[in-house]
Design a protein around this ligand. Structure first.
Ligand code: NAP
Ligand code: ZN
Ligand code: ZN
Length: 348
């Protein structure tokens, strides 16, 4: 029997989130049922609830940084048992047969993966609803293991902010001897600093917020650049090998490209709805690359979770009751979050 589950939803672009009820499917052979205890609040939740990227569907239950306890498993499930901690990130299914899926790059599924919310299951009909809800039913193949003893609230943001920054750091081989810049100290940015530092890179933080300098250094940054004064960026011209750009609002990429060394790469993970043009000469002089990266595949997400568990790396979180979610969105838009809001779903 499908079950009715309490949730919070946006009913139209930009309207405040309000209490809502959704249906979760019966637990199938390969399914894991999870009672959600915590869900991180990603800036993508705001972009989509406000339809800033276009194509949003409503009612929308956002949330793709989900951690909880397994309550029931299907007969064919091997890796989970009731009582286990489990996580769900941005994807709940994919075609599993295309070239990308076969390379463990489900996020780039050629048929279009099933997003955890604001999308549909692979039947292209059944809407998906995210983690601002009390429970979820997910195929085992898209469920992540969270080790015993890990703080579930502080681990939740790893499911999106963690993997989104881990994947490009690994793909472009950040490590000892590489000079990594992180742009924007929010949810993604603070994980990028922690992970790049843990991989052994020399990390420079670029921020518009002078008050965040001490935190940036505590998180592992070796340098801090206040970007409000363009002269500060100029001092770093030609210095960096890799930049992870997490800025959520339109901004000028050219200024950051100038801080790359020859063959340097700037990876966009931040997804502003629009941006000023990139000048050809920002790339030509120095054989530079402007790249993009989207979350990470399931195997890579598990690799990141295990790395974080071994190193004791989690997110710096402010736990909020669900009733504060609309305030939390406003505070994120004022860059007032240290450094991820996480909803305590017991308050729902
Ligand atoms: P967040 O917590 O709100 O942090 C964004 C940070 O960007 C802010 O804290 C601020 O840092 C900086 N910023 C904001 N507005 C700015 C502006 N106008 N100019 C310069 N800097 C500005 O957001 P988040 O959750 O980390 O998400 C960041 C972006 O990544 C969003 O666009 C989100 O949709 C996207 N995202 C992409 C993926 C992916 O797969 N590629 C996955 C998750 C999220 P300072 O105060 O330090 O300046
Ligand atoms: Zn996200
Ligand atoms: Zn596929």
């Amino acid at each position: 029997m499908p079950t009715t589950v309490h949730a919070w939803a946006a009913h139209a672009a930009g309207s405040p989130l309000v209490p809502h009820q959704i249906t979760r499917r019966d637990v199938g052979e390969r399914d894991v049922a999870i009672e959600i205890t915590h869900c991180g609040v990603c800036h993508s939740d705001i972009h989509q609830a406000r339809d800033e990227w276009g194509g949003s569907s409503f009612p929308m239950v956002p949330g793709h940084e989900i951690v909880g306890r397994v309550t029931q498993v299907g007969r064919a499930v091997k890796r989970f048992a009731p009582g286990d901690l489990a996580g769900v990130g941005c994807l709940v299914d994919s075609c599993r047969t295309c070239a990308s899926c076969r390379r463990n790059l489900e996020q780039y599924c050629e048929k279009g993966a099933a997003q955890t919310y604001n999308g549909t299951e692979m039947d292209r009909k059944t809407p998906t609803y995210g983690g601002y809800s009390r429970a979820i039913v997910v195929d085992e193949a898209f469920t992540l293991r969270i080790r015993k003893g890990v703080d579930p609230a502080a681990a939740a943001p790893l499911l999106c902010a963690g993997i989104t920054t881990w994947s490009p750091l690994r793909h472009w081989k950040a490590g000892k001897g590489t000079r990594v810049g992180v742009v924007g100290l929010g949810g993604l940015g603070h994980m990028a600093v922690k992970l790049a530092a843990a991989l052994g890179a020399e990390v420079t933080m670029f921020s518009t917020s002078p008050a965040k300098e001490a935190d940036a250094r505590r998180l592992g940054a070796h340098g801090f650049v206040l970007t409000r004064d363009p002269a500060n960026l100029g001092k770093l011209a030609g210095r960096l090998d890799l930049i992870i750009n997490t800025i959520s609002a339109p901004h000028d990429y050219n200024a950051y490209l100038a801080t790359l060394a020859v063959d340097g790469v700037m990876v966009l993970v931040g997804a502003p709805p629009s941006s000023p043009p990139v000048k050809a000469f920002s790339l030509i002089g120095g054989r530079k690359t402007l790249a993009g990266s989207m979350i990470g595949g399931l195997a890579e997400t598990q690799e990141m979770l295990d790395f974080c568990a071994e190193r004791g790396i989690t997110s710096d979180v402010e736990i909020i009751p669900i009733a504060k979610i609309n305030d939390a969105y406003e505070r994120m838009l004022r860059n007032d979050v240290k450094y991820r809001f996480v909803i305590d779903l017991a308050t729902l």
